[in-house]
Design a protein around this ligand. Structure first.
Ligand code: FES
Length: 264
């Protein structure tokens, strides 16, 4: 709609201001879409921390059920790097239908997109490389820092990680083991049990198997949905996996540092 003066003449200054605001919005969305692509490309070269680190704010967080939560820009870059070494041996990320909503301040934004990823993962029983389809959705927050858009929070919600040979109908998730989580969709309001005796075939366990040495832990979930239930027993948030099973080693030298910055 053309903005006009009281005399019905197009108000060029107002038009210009409107156009400038629209161009700034489009430029911001374009820069954020570029950031998402740069993130995907950095992940596809083994989650290279040198490429990933500049994409995160210093106080960023990255989280995904079954992988845990990484805190701080360095923590996100090094955590993702460690995951690549441990779990994702090769990947090709397809970030699909990126939706970005700018905050009125123009300094923050939120984003959502789909992930469709081809990857090589170690088979949970043989440790041999296996072709996988990984799919899910990303929710992210972005912040403009020094004129550049960066990730301030990233949450990957996996929807499946399925060996291509078997397909997601037959096998939607890797098997849970003593070394990795059991993925299961749990219902809010239901009571589940987490095996502490080590004899259960799967988690959540059937309390009837209780062998009496260590009674199973009863638990519920706040909302219906996917959960990663700890299989290794080392989680600090039992019965839920917190990524401890990955036993991630942060190689700070990759970022030219000796360790986390001392908190002054
Ligand atoms: S399986 Fe992930 S922390 Fe135990």
């Amino acid at each position: 709609m053309t903005v006009t003066t009281d005399f019905g003449i197009p108000d060029i200054a107002a038009e210009l201001a409107t156009l400038r605001a629209q161009v700034e919005k489009l430029t911001a969305k374009d820069a954020i879409a570029d950031l998402v692509t740069t993130y995907a490309r950095s992940c596809d070269v083994g989650n290279d921390p040198v490429l990933l680190r500049p994409l995160f704010t210093d106080d960023a967080t990255w989280t995904c059920k079954g992988f845990g939560t990484f805190v701080g820009g360095d923590g996100c870059a090094l955590g993702l790097k460690a995951v690549a070494g441990e779990k994702i041996w090769w990947s090709l990320h397809n970030m699909i239908s990126v939706q970005i909503t700018l905050d009125p301040s123009g300094e923050e934004a939120i984003g959502f997109w789909y992930l469709w990823e081809a990857a090589n993962l170690p088979n949970e029983h043989t440790n041999e490389a296996e072709a996988y389809w990984i799919a899910g959705t990303y929710d992210a927050r972005f912040r403009k820092v020094g004129g550049r858009w960066l990730f301030s929070t990233v949450e990957l919600k996996l929807n499946m990680a399925s060996p291509i040979a078997e397909g997601w109908v037959k096998k939607r998730w890797p098997d849970g083991t003593r070394k990795q989580p059991y993925f299961a969709t749990l219902q809010a309001g239901e009571t589940y049990h987490w095996c502490k005796c080590g004899k259960a075939e799967a988690q959540p366990c059937d309390p009837a198997h209780m062998c009496g040495t260590a009674p199973a832990m009863a638990f519920t979930v706040p909302e219906t949905g996917l959960q990663a239930i700890c299989g290794c027993g080392y989680s600090r948030t039992k019965p839920f996996c917190d990524g401890s099973h990955l036993n991630l080693k942060y190689d700070w030298s990759l970022l030219g540092k000796d360790g986390p910055e001392a908190v002054v």
